[in-house]
Design a protein around this ligand. Structure first.
Ligand code: PEP
Length: 258
């Protein structure tokens, strides 16, 4: 960890009704609602954004969405826009999650348009990148991640780059209980920071948060968060219960200790 404010984001995926989301959000507010050393972001499904947003109002917790469309409005049945998310006081949006890429066929060009639209609307994109197991085994991790980062961030003005958060999520580690070792993750995170430096310059690259995602849990978080270029986590399964999520926030706070 470094001078960057760590960020712990909970990706609730297609879980929690509004009432269940409020219950979880209230439990989190009670335990870490005044935590200022760590940026905490809750990403409920669209249907719970409003209720969860109200439950965390006035606390240090921020609201994020799990996806959006790149267009501002129009005939896109089932989609929501950046402006709509801003209207619910979302500050972040997860883009390019591997489930969006693999199940819903999203490609880098579409994800890039969303990144640009999010930034334009003052939403911070959490751009997810990561390799499949077959790609890692074929020695193609860096190549895959480079293409996703470069295409995902094409056209992002340097002045807005600091608003971007990258989440390195090796696909084989998502929801599987398998985690990248801290050394494996650090290697890719450092590689990503190098890509950011090439595009935006070293100073800006040093300020961009790069999260790890993929079965991050209280029992492996300390070691991952101790790595220099791991600035927090994008958490799936362990974000659905207050205790494990709070423990992850505490790990991130602890990682700041000299
Ligand atoms: C995710 O889906 O972004 C994720 C990291 O999930 P999990 O923590 O369950 O592996």
């Amino acid at each position: 960890m470094s001078h960057r404010t760590p960020l712990i984001a909970g990706n609730w995926k297609m879980n929690k009704t509004p009432a269940e989301g409020v219950e979880l959000a209230k439990a989190l507010v009670a335990q870490v609602g005044t935590e200022s050393a760590v940026q905490i972001v809750l990403c409920p499904p669209f249907t719970a954004l409003d209720a969860v947003g109200r439950a965390i109002e006035g606390t240090h917790l921020a609201l994020g969405a799990q996806n959006m469309h790149d267009k501002a409005s129009g005939a896109f049945t089932g989609e929501v826009s950046a402006t709509m998310l801003r209207g619910l006081h979302a500050g972040y949006v997860i883009l390019g999650h591997s489930e969006r890429r693999s199940i819903f066929g999203e490609d880098d060009a579409f994800i890039n348009r969303k990144v640009l639209a999010a930034l334009e609307a003052s939403l911070k994109p959490i751009l997810c990148v990561g390799e499949l197991l077959s790609e890692r085994e074929a020695g193609r991790t860096n190549e895959v991640v480079r293409i996703q980062v470069e295409k995902g961030l094409a056209g992002v003005p340097a002045g807005r780059a600091e608003q971007v958060v990258i989440a390195y999520e090796p696909v084989w580690a998502i929801g599987t209980g398998k985690t990248a070792t801290p050394a494996m993750a650090q290697e890719v995170h450092a590689f990503i920071r190098g890509l950011l430096a090439a595009q935006f310059g070293a100073e800006i690259a040093a300020r961009v948060r790069i999260l790890y995602g993929g079965s991050m849990k209280p029992d492996n978080a300390d070691a991952l968060l101790a790595e220099h270029d791991i600035d927090g986590g994008l958490i799936g399964g362990a974000s659905l219960e207050a205790k494990s999520f709070v423990d992850l926030v505490r790990s991130a706070a602890k990682s700041l200790a000299p």
